[in-house]
Design a protein around this ligand. Structure first.
Ligand SMILES: Nc1ncnc2c1ncn2[C@@H]1O[C@H](COP(=O)(O)OP(=O)(O)O)[C@@H](O)[C@H]1O
Ligand SMILES: [Mg+2]
Length: 374
């Protein structure tokens, strides 16, 4: 009987909860579902990513609300697709990150696994990141081990680029040689925030708004001078570092700069600059990987931002990299991350390690997560 694992991911974009039922060897997706966040929950989770008033009470309540929503979504997925509960071995629930501070040795995700188990009657593997942190790692990114298992090719060098709120890459040289992976910086997070503020839309559909603007060189250079971009891997980041408050400070500094030109100061130009920031950080990371040419496969919601993909193709043209989405290698971009957490749940249940020390900087491989039994 095939063992099914359910993966649940709620990423930094806070667009919703992605749920997938998958089995491995060979990889098969049995069912998928996205539950969008309502505005209240999204706003509360976003505000919990930064220090604020009465955090413990508010965090506790959000922990419960989110867990109930996740559990309801899982039950819905099982029912709608007639999945046989006996075949489901475990749920891998990542939870919503509200703080990720590897420099202080901690990371915090919400979505109480006790409630999820209570409501679904399925064991939940959760808290995937803290063991890696305890072993001296960044606790992130965790998806490269899955990318390696599923996407590494025998003869072709590949890069898997996950364009979520934060962007991360896995560099997968051919011949099973050692892989690397790290966060490159903001993916959609700043573009989403800026777009929401000026257009009221949650994101810039296909990057159309950014495509209408002209990047502002002086602002781009200022944004790119953030310490994170200069750091050597292993490195990881989050909403604590890249958010609209930070962007606003940079814009104020730019407006006081000698290079400032009022004529450039248009919201669509700033959106174009943010798109370019995402692309620049990715391109530099890929060029630094030492691979001369290869295949880039993009996953995460940003894979649907055709403007960003076009820009990436242009920036990577020198070394003849190809840029496509993970659709062409077997998984829709939307489901790669959640499938990775189904895979990590499988790794826990079968007592296999989940982190890659070369990626996270941990002392050694570890079995990741804790289990809440039925
Ligand atoms: N058609 C689209 N055009 C542009 N961007 C898109 C589109 N669809 C999704 N996105 C982007 O993808 C994001 C969600 O990506 P996701 O992989 O779920 O990120 P996370 O893991 O951070 O939640 C959205 O916030 C948006 O920025
Ligand atoms: Mg998401």
């Amino acid at each position: 009987m095939t063992s099914i694992y359910i993966g649940v991911m709620t990423g930094t974009s806070m667009d919703g909860i992605d749920i997938v039922a998958a089995s491995f060897e060979p990889l098969k997706l049995h069912a998928t579902l996205t539950i969008p966040f309502d505005t209240d929950l999204k706003d509360e989770l976003m505000s919990l990513t930064l220090p604020g008033d009465n955090e413990i009470d508010r965090m506790g309540k959000a922990d419960v609300t989110l867990a109930k929503k996740i559990a309801k979504g899982i039950n819905q997925l099982i029912k709608k697709n007639n999945l046989d509960r006996k075949t489901i071995k475990a749920i891998g629930s990542h939870g919503q990150t509200i703080r990720h501070r590897p420099q202080d040795g901690f990371t915090l995700q919400l979505g109480d696994p006790n409630l999820i188990t209570e409501i679904t009657k399925i064991p939940v593997v959760s808290d995937f990141r803290r063991r890696d942190l305890a072993a001296g790692g960044q606790g992130a990114p965790l998806v490269p081990a899955f990318h390696q298992a599923i996407f590494q090719h025998e003869t072709r060098d590949r890069v898997i680029l996950n364009l979520g709120g934060i962007a991360n890459i896995s560099i997968l040289p051919a011949n099973q040689s050692q892989i690397s992976g790290f966060d490159t910086g903001p993916g959609n997070i700043l573009m989403d925030g800026w777009c929401r503020r000026y257009t009221g839309q949650p994101y810039d559909e296909n990057g159309n708004w950014a495509a209408n603007g002209t990047p502002i060189r002086a602002l781009l250079d200022r944004l790119y001078s953030h310490d994170f971009f200069g750091k050597k891997p292993p490195k990881s980041t989050g909403r604590e570092e890249f958010n609209l408050d930070w962007l606003d400070e940079q814009i104020i500094d730019w407006r006081n700069d000698a290079e400032y030109e009022e004529i450039d100061d248009l919201p669509e130009n700033i959106q174009a600059t943010l798109a370019k920031l995402t692309v620049r950080a990715i391109q530099k990371a890929i060029y630094r990987s030492g691979i001369q040419d290869g295949e880039v496969y993009v996953c995460g919601g940003g894979a649907y931002n055709s403007f960003i993909l076009e820009q990436l193709r242009w920036r990577l043209r020198k070394h003849e990299w190809t840029v496509q989405t993970t659709d062409v290698i077997g998984i829709s971009p939307t489901w790669v991350e959640s499938t990775a957490f189904a895979w990590l749940a499988m790794r826990f249940v079968t007592q296999q390690t989940g982190n890659l020390p070369a990626v996270t900087g941990a002392d050694a491989t570890r079995i990741l997560g804790t289990i809440t039994a039925v």
